[in-house]
Every structure is written in structure tokens, then in C-alpha cells.
Ligand binder design. Structure first.
Ligand code: PGA
Length: 253
């Protein structure tokens, strides 16, 4: 049995201590008895320590939205994964489509970051997904397979098992256009096939694969009811405690 995982990616939307405090003080009592779902919040770097202080006695974990692949050095404006570990961060989102598309992050770069994260025991949430043109041209699986092979290059079975994969069709992110549960499930099954070929059946069965892209309280349950969807990575609807809580509840099996 895979434990569902729900991530709330605040992106660049909630970055002050007041905003973080307000949202989380409401969320904490709502989720305090939920044990069957892993809950992760990914705030901007500016509030990681604030969020750590707020969440430290709860089961909610913290993710960073990005990291650098080196531990230290002359990289102005970048954040070392070691710094993240030191301020209580447990997860890191890698390869989000906004990083790939706006900041030109390649599969090779994401692979480098992924290996570094694994080497210092930061748990990666790695995003893969196709553009609308790819889907319309019937190339979704081809793109997913390519990203999968390049992003997870030279990983051992032990390493990949520490990873969470987020399938995020780019056309569904922030657009209000969610993939149908069937469309999402089809790609989740395909990713499990790739895991089986590259690793083995045990890896394919045990690795958690989240869906992401315009999840909201109305569509969450139908998506999470699919056998191969292990929760979700939520952007817009994670900014408010009430909608995020409803999505978390929808993941309880
Ligand atoms: P969205 O974002 O829920 O606002 O579509 C999802 C994501 O970027 O992970």
C-alpha cells in the first residue's frame, strides 16, 4: 500500500511570515488527526525558517521549491541543499515545469540536482509532464519516456525509491483545465511500466506518483480514487487552508 502524499506548492505567492502564519495556523488544527496521508508544504525560501517554527510539532513536512546542485561556492543567488537540510527542510521539488520552461532547466541539470539531493537525504519530488502541443500531436508518452530516462539517469533502485514522481501535464498547470482522471491514470500506469522496465516490479509498485495540475476540492477525489494516483501536487488551491484541507481529505483511502 502506497501512502498518498499531498504537496502544497505556494510558488511565489505566499512569502511573508504573516501570510504563512495565517494559512498554517488554520490548517494545523484541521489536519491534526490525519495519519494516512503525508502532507508537505513548499513555501518560498524567505519563510522556510518561519514555517519550520510553525510546523515543528506537527506531522506536516516542509519542501523547498528548488535547490542548487552544489553544496557551496560562488553561485550568487542560489541556495545550497545543505542550507535547506539545516533549516528543517525534508523534501525538494525538482524539475517543476516552471523551472524547466521559464528558467531553462534541462533534464541533465535536474538529474544533477536529483543526485545531490539524494546524496544528502533530501527527498526529491520530481516533476515530469508534456506540453499541450505534445499531447495534441499524440506524443505524450514519447515525451514522458524521454524525460523519465534523462531525469532518472544513473539512479539505483534504492535511490529512485526515495523519490516521489509528480506527473504534471503542463497544459493543466494554473489553467483550470485538469486532466481527466482517465487521462492522468493512463500516464501514471505508463510511468509504472517505465519503472518496471528500468528497475523492477517492486519499484513500480512501491514508488509514489502524484498528479498535479489544477487540482481543486471538486476534482480531487475522483483523481485520487484512481488506483495509480498517490495524491497530488497542488498550486493555486494550496494557498487557502479550507481548499487545501478538502484536497487532503480527498486523499484519505
Ligand atoms: P496548479 O499548480 O494547482 O495551480 O495548477 C500545480 C503545480 O504547479 O504543481
Amino acid at each position: 500500500m502506497r501512502k498518498p502524499i499531498i504537496g502544497g506548492n505556494w510558488k511565489m505567492n505566499r512569502g511573508t511570515p504573516e501570510e504563512s502564519n495565517q494559512m498554517l495556523e488554520r490548517l494545523i488544527p484541521l489536519v491534526k488527526d490525519i495519519k494516512s496521508v503525508d502532507i508537505v508544504i513548499a513555501p518560498p525560501f524567505t519563510v522556510l525558517t518561519t514555517v519550520y517554527e510553525i510546523l515543528k510539532d506537527t506531522k506536516i513536512k516542509i519542501a523547498a521549491q528548488n535547490m542548487h546542485f552544489e553544496e557551496k561556492g560562488a553561485y550568487t543567488g542560489e541556495i545550497s541543499p545543505i542550507f535547506l537540510r539545516k533549516v528543517g527542510v525534508e523534501y525538494v521539488i525538482l524539475g517543476h515545469s516552471e523551472r524547466r520552461d521559464i528558467f531553462n532547466e534541462s533534464d541533465a541539470l535536474i538529474n544533477k540536482k536529483l543526485k545531490k539531493a539524494l546524496s544528502i537525504e533530501l527527498k526529491p519530488i520530481v516533476c515530469i509532464g508534456e506540453h499541450l502541443e505534445d499531447r495534441e500531436a499524440g506524443n505524450t508518452k514519447k515525451i514522458i519516456e524521454y524525460q523519465f530516462n534523462e531525469t532518472f539517469k544513473n539512479l539505483t533502485k534504492e535511490e529512485i525509491l526515495k523519490t516521489v514522481i509528480a506527473y504534471e501535464p503542463i497544459w493543466a498547470i494554473g489553467t483550470g483545465k485538469t486532466a481527466t482522471p482517465e487521462q492522468a491514470e493512463e500516464i501514471h500506469i505508463f510511468i509504472r511500466e517505465l519503472l518496471k522496465i528500468k528497475f523492477d516490479i517492486e519499484t513500480a509498485d512501491n514508488l509514489r506518483i502524484q498528479y498535479g495540475g489544477s487540482i481543486n476540492p471538486n476534482n480531487a477525489e475522483e483523481l485520487f480514487n484512481k488506483k495509480n494516483i498517490d495524491g497530488g501536487l497542488v498550486g493555486g488551491a494550496s494557498l487557502r487552508s479550507d481548499s487545501f484541507f478538502k484536497i487532503i481529505k480527498a486523499a484519505i483511502k
